[in-house]
Design a protein around this ligand. Structure first.
Ligand code: L34
Length: 263
């Protein structure tokens, strides 16, 4: 960051949160803290739950024009009366550090992109750091959300994996998971993948974050039973979640660099 400052590049992130979802509050606070730690200027816009879609889009448009802001993050989920797609579409693709805008989604499909969505990017970083070679590997992604499952599958494909995407209509899910060399679970169902479902020596990446009634935080994989058979497994908490935040920082810095390059 000091090097960027020397080059006259400053980095700024706007974080927008609507309503008072407790989990969103925790994540947004972590994002702001990460900005502080690495020297990114950040602004928080905490809007009331009753905020209208028009008001939110108005704010996004204002942030699109703001010169000291390189990244705009509208924390999801939004209250039900707001159309998330309309809000995402309003974000300038150059400031879309979540990579949710259709322009950025399209670029990822083609494989020539500026930003990757933070959670799948964090997973790829963990895989690379663990020196796992994906070429020709059987990868099973459980969950097909626009935020995780779909882009995740595309990134694995870019690394030459053979990718299977599973969802609620998939027949015999345990059988599909069993053939995976690497399984990514992102469905939001506490501990649904158990040790008996995975292949010996598989890699398990757990994207789920579920808070149980006793306040305990668990993933979509049953850690204790999977750990016995897996070659590697990500814990919850302390696995994919913090990587998501790290990748947001990376995207925001990249956005500032790209802007400097365009000048
Ligand atoms: N726009 N909305 C937008 N961008 C995102 O990238 C997100 N996401 C998801 C929800 N909505 C979003 C996040 O930031 C999920 N997510 C996220 C970020 C951080 C963590 C979890 C999810 C995280 O730091 N998890 C901690 C535990 C935190 C706790 O105590 O609840 C962990 O160690 O996993």
């Amino acid at each position: 960051m000091a090097k960027l400052k020397d080059e006259g590049i400053s980095v700024g992130l706007a974080v927008v949160i609507v309503g008072d979802d407790p989990a969103s509050r925790v994540y947004v606070n972590s994002k702001k803290r990460a900005c502080e730690e690495i020297g990114i200027y950040s602004e928080e816009y905490a809007l009331k739950g009753e905020t209208t879609q028009e008001e939110l889009i108005e704010l996004v448009k204002k942030l699109n024009e703001k010169d000291d802001i390189n990244g705009i993050l509208v924390q999801l989920p939004l209250p039900r009366h707001i159309d998330e797609e309309a809000v995402i579409n309003a974000i300038s693709p150059e400031k879309d550090v979540d990579a949710f805008h259709p322009v950025n989604v399209g670029k990822i499909m083609i494989g020539n992109y500026d930003f990757l969505p933070c959670t799948p990017a964090g997973v790829m970083e963990l895989i690379a750091e663990s020196e796992i070679d994906l070429a020709g590997k059987e990868c099973v992604v459980v969950g097909r959300s626009n935020i995780v499952g779909k882009p995740m599958s595309m990134l694995l494909l870019h690394k030459n994996a053979t990718v299977t995407i599973c969802h609620s209509k998939t027949k015999n899910l345990p059988k599909v998971i069993k053939r995976a060399d690497l399984v990514v679970v992102a469905v939001g169902r506490p501990e649904m993948v158990t040790g008996d479902m995975i292949k010996e020596g598989a890699v398990v990446i757990d994207v789920g974050i579920n808070r149980l009634e006793n306040k305990k935080l668990v993933g979509d994989a049953h850690f204790e039973s999977c750990k016995e058979k897996a070659a590697a497994i990500t814990p919850v908490p302390g696995g994919v979640g913090p990587m998501t935040i790290a990748m947001l920082m990376k995207n925001t810095v990249k956005s500032a660099k790209l802007k400097a390059g365009r000048k």
